[in-house]
Design a protein. Structure first.
Length: 271
């Protein structure tokens, strides 16, 4: 499991171990280097599946470290594939032009280097028909390695502070509960399902609907401001393909926002 100490990995790894699977971790936090092909081959020698999650996450992180990001995403992925094992790759939903319902067959139109690099990595992984690519919506949910830059987390943190400001409130956003992300990774890692590309999205909802739940949970004020989202994302995502395999989602947005609120309440009280 590359990226085992990250936002998803810190939930996924103990879950697999608790269910009797042996997990070999590969993460920079424990001294591993995704750019070392030999180090990867040594750790992957006896494994059946590689869950490849290591990456430079998000547009800002890629902008801040463009060369490192490209190396990690392209050379790192090539090194993983060189191990000769089945690979499950975690990807993202990029930008789409004039598309209201996104299926796995809709052409991707990346507008940022981060999405471009992830798409290149996807194409590398999919050269082997046995490999799996999972495209997640914007993730959310409490994790030991919490991320503060995610939409649901940002809105909830503001709500804990007493007020939320949102712009373009009625645009649709595909979001994915981290628990559903973990379940999907386990589903494909432990089953004999064929490879391919799958959208993993817990629900499609407007920014307003997320903010209203966060405001209600925290008794906060909600203010809509007249600004424009630079990313200009506004589409729904179909998950019919993965559900046809028998995978089901267990997302509970209200409960998740309550859990996220407790997390940020504790964080703010410590400051």
């Amino acid at each position: 499991m590359t990226g085992s100490r990250g936002y998803i990995g810190t939930i996924l790894c103990p879950n697999l171990i608790d269910n009797g699977y042996e997990v070999v971790e590969f993460d920079k936090v424990i001294g591993d280097d995704i750019l070392s092909k030999e180090a990867l081959k040594v750790k992957a020698e006896d494994v059946d599946v590689i869950i490849h999650m290591a990456g430079v996450v998000g547009m800002k992180a890629v902008d801040d470290n463009p060369i490192m990001a490209r190396n990690v995403h392209l050379i790192g992925t090539d090194n993983v594939l060189a191990c000769g094992k089945k690979v499950i790759f975690t990807s993202v939903l990029g930008a789409y032009n004039n598309v209201k319902l996104v299926t796995e067959d809709v052409p991707v139109a990346p507008k940022h280097e981060y999405f471009t690099q992830k798409l290149h990595s996807e194409n590398m992984v999919r050269r082997n028909y046995k490999n799996v690519v999972l495209r997640f919506g914007t993730l959310y949910g409490v994790s030991p390695m919490m991320r503060d830059d995610l939409l649901v987390h940002t809105l909830t943190r503001e709500a804990v502070g007493g007020s939320i400001k949102i712009f373009q409130p009625d645009v649709m956003r595909p979001i994915t509960n981290v628990r559903d992300a973990v379940s999907a990774l386990i589903f494909f890692a432990t089953s004999k399902n064929s490879g391919g590309l799958y959208n993993i999205v817990s629900r499609n909802c407007t920014k307003r609907s997320i903010a209203e739940i966060a405001a209600k949970v925290n008794n906060a004020e909600l203010d809509v401001v007249d600004e424009v989202d630079s990313e200009n994302r506004n589409y729904m995502v179909s998950t019919e393909r993965v559900q046809m395999l028998g995978f089901s989602f267990s997302d509970d947005l209200v409960n998740s926002i309550s859990e996220i609120s407790k997390h940020y309440s504790q964080v703010l009280n410590k400051v």
